[in-house]
Design a protein around this ligand. Structure first.
Ligand code: NAD
Length: 388
């Protein structure tokens, strides 16, 4: 990580200003590695409001972003099923890309994204999964150092209310990259890939869908086999009854204090049928700045409970970072002030573009995550173990 001030941050445009795009604008605004040069959304009110707040042009068409010479790279946060087409248009205009998860809607589109990066000689980075969170990176480092011996298994169990939060219809359709197998599995998959640091060779899973209150894939239990016989068990349930935040110090995915009544309120209000962002455009999803200084600094929370088991110890994500269990008992590794998430993505992207360094989380990395998510879904549909 650079300690010197940066003289030549990468100027980015943000395309698609929903939950993900607004977050990107917010994080980029405080990053020294990137600067926001323009924003763009087909919703005129959203584009102009966020453009005005950010003091940059608020475009309403991708062509305007393509034509803007001040935009060197584009943060792609449109609906997943549009990513590949948007990427092609932006790549043709010579823009580098940072692409939200899942980078595309299925495995074959993943291969096309890899080809596109090569053919147009641009950098495509897969960004913003929780595999980048500081405690997960710390667990990867501890494993790398050999402190718990060879890894045997990883377990992540996550219960949320993803299914009953306000959603656009496309977010619920599996064939468009919707439902929890594509929208939430990338976080768990990249947590496992980051820590185990080997290729996934096979996937077995059973998924579930409840027709009510929202008809979508809302849960799965998946077994990922990594090379060398290491297993990752990933359990996700998004129906909003029990929430694993209860087990993780009252903190959920964002790191904010979890409100145990919130899911029941969503269900009572039937707010899943409301427009996702409300009439005011910005209202529904922006819960304002955190009042907890450490939380707003660290930008990580808990994607459920993560436990890593090695031949001579275990690791568990805990309140301030990681608890290490070994032959001497246990101790804490504090990560509360470590950078993680998009801050790390932006730093890596800067180094790749300005220093010509290889991107670790390139299009191939992002495509592999989508292929694993697709295997979680296909294993369920076909009732068999899928080899990758
Ligand atoms: N990393 C994360 O934790 C995270 C969180 C949320 C969403 N995402 C990902 O980000 C992407 C967007 O998700 P979201 O929840 O923000 O979606 P959203 O549907 O709420 O927002 C998408 C925005 O894109 C705009 N848009 C649609 N078509 C467009 C076009 N052709 N040109 C310009 N703008 C267009 C829409 O008007 C909307 O404002 C998805 O791929 C999703 O999986 C990632």
């Amino acid at each position: 990580m650079e300690t010197e001030p940066i003289k030549d941050p990468i100027s980015i445009g943000v395309l698609g200003l929903g939950t993900a795009g607004r977050n990107a604008v917010k994080v980029a605004s405080s990053s020294k590695y990137v600067t926001v040069a323009a924003v763009c959304d087909i919703n005129i009110e959203t584009a102009s409001t966020i453009g005005r707040i950010s003091n940059v042009p608020g475009y309403t068409s991708i062509e305007q972003l393509c034509d803007d010479p001040n935009v060197e790279a584009v943060y792609l946060s449109t609906p997943t099923y549009l990513h590949l087409a948007n990427a092609l248009q932006l790549a043709s205009a010579g823009k580098h890309l940072l692409v939200e998860k899942p980078v595309v809607k299925d495995g074959s589109e993943g291969e096309a994204l890899v080809t596109l990066a090569k053919d147009f000689r641009i950098n495509i980075m897969a960004v913003n999964t929780r595999g980048r969170d500081a405690p997960i990176r710390a667990m990867a480092r501890i494993v790398q150092e050999g402190s718990i011996g060879s890894v045997l298994s990883l377990t992540n169990i996550c219960y949320t209310d993803w299914v009953i939060r306000p959603r656009f219809p496309y977010e619920l359709v599996t064939a468009l990259g919707g439902g929890v197998a594509f929208r939430q599995a990338p976080h768990q998959v990249e947590i496992a890939r980051t820590i185990i640091n080997r290729p996934v060779v096979a996937v077995t899973s059973i998924a579930g869908r409840s027709p009510s209150p929202v008809d979508t894939v809302g849960n799965y239990s998946a077994l990922l086999e990594f090379s060398g016989g290491i297993s990752a068990t990933l359990v996700y349930n998004g129906y909003g009854y029990f929430n694993t935040a209860e087990l993780t110090y009252g903190k959920g995915e964002s790191g904010r204090e979890f409100d145990p009544e919130s899911s029941a309120r969503l269900r009572q209000n039937e707010s899943w049928s409301l427009d996702k962002y409300g009439d005011a455009g910005l209202a529904v999803r922006d819960r304002g700045p955190s009042t907890d200084a450490a939380t707003s600094q660290r930008r990580w929370g808990f994607v459920g409970l993560t436990i890593v088991s090695g031949e001579s110890g275990d690791l568990r994500q805990s309140e301030g970072g990681v608890t290490v269990y070994d032959k001497d008992g246990f101790h804490q590794e504090d990560c509360s002030m470590d950078i993680g998430g998009l801050d790390v993505d932006f730093a890596d992207f800067y180094v790749a573009l300005r220093r010509n360094d290889k991107l670790e989380h390139d299009a191939r990395w992002g495509a592999a995550t989508v292929q694993i998510c697709e295997a979680i879904w296909n294993s369920h549909c076909e009732g068999r173990r899928i080899e990758l």
